[in-house]
Design a protein around this ligand. Structure first.
Ligand code: CNA
Length: 321
C-alpha cells in the first residue's frame, strides 16, 4: 500500500512541476458549467471519472460526517466517545463495538433510496461516458441505483459483505441484517466467536486493493473529473484529484467550496488542489449547489432531463413523472 501511496504523491509532485513549466493545452472554452457541458457534447470527452462522498446521500436521509449541526460528528454525544472518530476506529471497535452497531442499525442498507444524484451517475453510465465511479460511501446506494459492479470502486468498503475480525470468515448482507436486527446485536463469528464487522474501511485499516489498482489506470485516462458531495478531507481518496493530467477539467458540485490546497501544501509538493479563484485557472469549475439540484442542472443542460426523470421514477412511483 505504501508504494502506491508514495506513487500518488510523487505523481502530484511531477504535475506541480509541469504545471509551472509547461503551457498546458486548454480543453474548456470557459471555466463554467456551460463550458463543461459544451465539452461533453463535443464528443471529445469519452472517459468521465466521478468521485463522490456522503453529500450525495444526505438527500436520502443519511447524515454526512462533517456538515455542521446535521453531520454525524455533531450528533454522537449520546455514545460518550473519546472523539467522534472513535466510532470508526478499528482499535476502539475491537474494545467496544456497541456504539458502531447501534449506529449501523440506523444506517443499514435497505431503509434508504438512491437520490437524483445517484440516478445521474447511472445515467452517465447509460450514456457510455462513465469510466469509473469512486465512492467513499458505504450505503450501497450506487449499486441500488444500478451502477454496475465493474464501474464501481467502493474506496471505503461497503456493508454489502462482512468478515470476522479474527478468522476472516465472510458473511453476507442478509446474515448481518438478521444478526443486527435480531437478538445478537453485536454479531459473532459462527466459527471462532469473534466479532463480525461489515467490510467498511475504518480509520487504521487498508483501503481495498481494487482502489489502488484501478486508480492508477483510470486517472491517466480521465477526460473529465466530476467530484460530488465530499469535503475532500479523507486521504488517500482526496489526493486522487491531483492525479489526473494537468489538462483534464475538474468539476466540483458541492454545497461548500473545498479541495483547494494551502500554499504550504503546494510548496511541499502535496498536490496542487482545485483552483477556482486564481486568474490562471483554466480547468476547474465550481457548482456551489445542493448536489441533486446540481446534477439536475447538468442533465438539463446536456438535454438529458427526460432520461433523468425516468430513472428517478422507478416502477410504482409514477407520480414523479
Ligand atoms: P463529509 O466530510 O461529511 O463531507 C460531506 C460534504 O458534502 C460536505 O462538503 C458538505 O458540504 C457536502 N454536502 C452535504 N450534503 C450535500 C448536498 N445535499 N449537496 C451538496 N453537498 C452536500 O463526507 P465525505 O464523504 O467527504 O467524507 C468521507 C467519509 C464519510 C467516508 O469515509 C464515508 O464512509 C463517510 N460517510 C459515508 C456515509 C454514507 O455512506 N452515506 C455517510 C456518512 C459518512
Amino acid at each position: 500500500m505504501m508504494d502506491k501511496l508514495t506513487k500518488i504523491f510523487a505523481t502530484n509532485f511531477k504535475f506541480n512541476e509541469s504545471e509551472e513549466k509547461v503551457n498546458v493545452e486548454k480543453v474548456l472554452d470557459e471555466t463554467t458549467v456551460d463550458g463543461v457541458v459544451k465539452y461533453i457534447k463535443s464528443g471529445k470527452c469519452k472517459n468521465i471519472v466521478v468521485m463522490v462522498g456522503a453529500g450525495i446521500s444526505t438527500g436520502a436521509g443519511i447524515p454526512d460526517f462533517r456538515s455542521p449541526g446535521s453531520g454525524l460528528y455533531d450528533n454522537l454525544s449520546k455514545y460518550k466517545l473519546p472523539s467522534p472518530e472513535c466510532m470508526f476506529d478499528i482499535g476502539f471497535f475491537r474494545e467496544n463495538p456497541d456504539p458502531f452497531f447501534d449506529l449501523a442499525k440506523q444506517l443499514f442498507p435497505g431503509s434508504f433510496n438512491p437520490t437524483p444524484s445517484h440516478r445521474f451517475l447511472k445515467l452517465l453510465n447509460d450514456k457510455g461516458l462513465l469510466l469509473r465511479l469512486y465512492t467513499q460511501n458505504i450505503d450501497t446506494l450506487e449499486r441500488i441505483a444500478g451502477v454496475p459492479d465493474e464501474k464501481l470502486v467502493e474506496a471505503h468498503g461497503t456493508f454489502h459483505t462482512s468478515h470476522c475480525i479474527d478468522c476472516n470468515k465472510q458473511y453476507t448482507l442478509e446474515w448481518m441484517r438478521e444478526k443486527i436486527f435480531g437478538d445478537s446485536f453485536v454479531p459473532k463469528c459462527e466459527k471462532c466467536k469473534a466479532t463480525v464487522k461489515p467490510d467498511i474501511v475504518f480509520f487504521g485499516e487498508r483501503l481495498p486493493q481494487r482502489f489502488f489498482m484501478l486508480a492508477e489506470e483510470d486517472f491517466d485516462k480521465c477526460d473529465l473529473l466530476i467530484i460530488i458531495g465530499t469535503s475532500l478531507t479523507v486521504q488517500p481518496f482526496a489526493g486522487l484529484i491531483d492525479t489526473v493530467s494537468p489538462k483534464t477539467p475538474r468539476l466540483l458540485i458541492n454545497k461548500t467550496k473545498c479541495g483547494q490546497s494551502s500554499q504550504l501544501a503546494r510548496l511541499l509538493g502535496m498536490g496542487s488542489g482545485l483552483d477556482f479563484d486564481s486568474e490562471n485557472n483554466y480547468r476547474d469549475v465550481l457548482l456551489l449547489e445542493d448536489c441533486d439540484k446540481g446534477c439536475q442542472q447538468l442533465a438539463d443542460a446536456l438535454g438529458w432531463a427526460q432520461d433523468l426523470k425516468l430513472l428517478c421514477a422507478p416502477e410504482g412511483r409514477r407520480e414523479w413523472l
